[in-house]
Design a binder for this molecule. Sequence first.
Ligand SMILES: CC(C)(COP(=O)(O)OP(=O)(O)OC[C@H]1O[C@@H](n2cnc3c(N)ncnc32)[C@H](O)[C@@H]1OP(=O)(O)O)[C@@H](O)C(=O)NCCC(=O)NCCS
Length: 298
Amino acid sequence: METFRQKHPGYGPLEVLLLPVPKGSAKFQKETLWASVPRYSRSSIESHRITLMSDLNSWAPNTEMCELGDSEIHVWRAYLDSQEAVLHRFETTLSSDEKARANRFHFPRDRNGFVAARGVLRELLAKYVGRGPRGLQFDYGPQGKPSLRANPEENSVQFNVSHSHGLALLAFARGRHLGVDVELIRPEFAVDEIADRYFSPEEAMELRGLPPSLRAEAFFLCWTRKEAYIKARGEGLHIPLGSFHVSLTPGQPERLESADSSRWSLYSLRPDPRYVGALVGEGGGWRVRYGEWKSDGS
Ligand SMILES: CC(C)(COP(=O)(O)OP(=O)(O)OC[C@H]1O[C@@H](n2cnc3c(N)ncnc32)[C@H](O)[C@@H]1OP(=O)(O)O)[C@@H](O)C(=O)NCCC(=O)NCCS
């Protein structure tokens, strides 16, 4: 049977959430949780928030980031509003299945976003492995996670990609699993009903304890951290969302608590004041480097 996402390739999970929810779900949980919400001092949180906003990762064109050190993760920011000529260049690098997928998008904006994200991915991967973007082939895991089909002699470059409303983050490392997620902060999605349904009870409670002015950002910090962990493992929603927890208060250190948390490192990403992101890398001791992708390769 065709899944909802196959039928509507332009929909992300947040859009899927707008579909009708079964009656009565999460209502009881919501009311019982309210009783034990921890209270934070508003002034201390607001001061953390100011620190966070001034602490955007420093994204700049970086010509040195074509060599991937063994303990490095490279994260690239790419705005996907590509010019016609650049889109055309990307299209010539896509495989036939990618072109077919692009053509299934209903809205040109979604189609172009997909083409641009794949095009940037191929151009960056090509630099790392020293091959042309057109010659790269992808394999897909059981839940759809793409990986590079590597030559046996290559120390395989792992990657993960996320895009939201015109902005993509692309993460690369050697031989270790990665997950990355970015979301535009949209207050209309950051509502208690969705938190109750998708977050662990501890996370939903932490969210409710925050002043309303911080909730939208906190909601998406939680969402992106959970999603980055799921994406690093590549298992999609086969991982129960309540089986692990992340911290979400803006300005507080990022934290992952899962049965296998010693296997992973979690990093917050701030690619743009309107977006939040998260990165999960297998192992520890990473040096994370940030770059801005430019269509002219600078
Ligand atoms: C598909 C999924 C990877 C996320 O998709 P998304 O948030 O819409 O999209 P993103 O932009 O972050 O990531 C999409 C990219 O991840 C990669 N990807 C696809 N399947 C993946 C998987 N199973 N694991 C990791 N990465 C995957 C692909 O590169 C994909 O790019 P493409 O669509 O251009 O091919 C999956 O994790 C999902 O559907 N999750 C459910 C969402 C949810 O309910 N989250 C709850 C969080 S609290």
